[in-house]
Design a binder for this molecule. Structure first.
Ligand code: SF4
Ligand code: SF4
Length: 383
């Protein structure tokens, strides 16, 4: 949608003014807003309201901290197609600090970060990827001579909201896998006094990040979440419920080997270790690489990377969920899902209820969107 680097965003001007000066058509902007409104579960009819709220925004500031991580999350969000997080972070928001994306280095960027946090105190969005090491006083991840924990606590202090991007940032994930040599934990274990949203996945889908930022800019707050902090507009459904191979599961038609005839026919991957029955994620709907494909679509089982304490809870990846199989076992599959998600028996029930609400909301028109979710009834982030 946006014309990257077409015109510098002038201090004090709104997004609407900036887009106009950059030659972005109204139609193109509305297409972006329509896609965002649909992903957020508001319905396409809400696009004009989202557009109105967004174009009134002054340029929001984002600080992006990268802790113990593999950079996969950054790669994922930069490789989505329109509307892209690349568009968003490079053209719409002011990304004042990101170790992977910024060209500068050294003391100059540390000073720029400190200046930006001071200037925008209380108003910037903090994006965090990776986990926090806690053993040995946090020396396993140091930036500019200070532990990443110090950087996190300092940046969180002035943040309006925190986006924990990826499984590492919320649960520790790969680094926290047994025996967790660095004592890795997620952001929520360190920061207790700020709203944190969990964009789960290893890595997560970039469109979900974009939509969460748009929600924050439109409504002035983070979207509604489940008990694990995941936004319900994206994580309200199980993979298993939206999976195109589901009919084969119900019919007892399973792949037994990756090169057997059933695999070529696209049958269910449950026997190959698919964790779809225990995993909440929008992968079957939003997909990856400009909606080209997704893991199950490419013939690989879901590994459950959006669930609590992935990796340990979902390995071995190629071992099937216990005692689930055959015809019409949906009720038992739900039970397994509950046992896999740590302490999640109540959570699955709550989630199931929220899923129903989510599905109902998706089917309804904009006028049936709850009043508090409608842009026109909210004050925007910048008032
Ligand atoms: S969540 Fe996965 S992709 Fe993201 S930083 Fe951690 S290991 Fe890498
Ligand atoms: S077990 Fe996996 S492949 Fe089979 S229907 Fe469920 S999500 Fe799809």
């Amino acid at each position: 949608m946006f014309l990257r680097n077409a015109e510098p965003w002038m201090d004090g001007s709104t997004l609407g003014e900036h887009l106009e000066e950059s030659g972005v058509s109204r139609r193109s902007f509305l297409e972006f807003c329509t896609e965002m409104a649909v992903i957020l579960g508001l319905g396409s009819a809400a696009a004009p309201s989202v557009a109105k709220a967004l174009e009134a925004q002054k340029r929001p500031t984002v600080i992006w901290l990268e802790m113990q991580e593999c950079t996969g999350c950054v790669e994922s969000v930069l490789r989505t197609e329109a509307p892209t997080i690349g568009d968003l972070v490079l053209d719409v928001v002011s990304l004042d600090y990101s170790e992977t994306l910024m060209a500068a280095a050294g003391h100059a960027v540390e000073k720029a970060k400190a200046d930006s946090m001071a200037k925008n105190k209380g108003g910037y969005v903090l994006i965090v990827t990776g986990s926090v090491p806690t053993k040995e006083d946090g020396i396993y991840c140091m930036v500019a001579g200070r532990t990443i924990r110090e950087h996190l606590e300092e940046a969180a202090e002035g943040a309006a909201a925190i986006i924990a991007l990826g499984a590492c940032a919320h649960w520790g994930s790969v680094q926290a896998a047994r025996p967790n040599p660095t004592g890795a934990v997620g952001v929520r274990d360190i920061i207790k006094n700020k709203p944190i949203i969990n964009i789960a996945g290893c890595p997560p889908i970039g469109d979900v990040v974009t939509a969460s930022v748009v929600h924050f800019l439109t409504f002035g707050r983070l979207p509604s979440t489940d008990r694990e902090g995941r936004p319900l507009f994206a994580y309200g459904n199980r993979i298993h419920d939206d999976c195109p191979r589901r009919a084969h599961y119900d019919a007892g038609q399973y792949v037994e080997n990756f090169d057997d005839d059933a695999a070529r026919r696209g049958w269910c991957l449950y026997q190959m270790g698919c964790k779809g029955p225990a995993t909440y994620s929008p992968c079957p709907i939003v997909q990856w690489n400009n909606r080209t494909s997704w893991p199950i679509g490419a013939g690989h089982p879901c590994i459950g990377c959006t669930e609590p304490y992935f990796w340990d809870t979902m390995t071995p990846f190629y071992r099937r969920l216990p005692e689930v199989g055959g015809f019409g076992v949906e009720e038992r599959v739900d039970t397994i899902g509950a046992s896999l998600a740590i302490g999640a028996a109540a959570g699955v029930l709550t989630h199931a209820g929220m899923t129903v609400l989510h599905q109902i909301r998706r089917r309804k028109s904009m006028k049936q969107v709850p009043e508090h979710e409608h842009p026109a009834t909210e004050e925007s982030h910048n008032g």
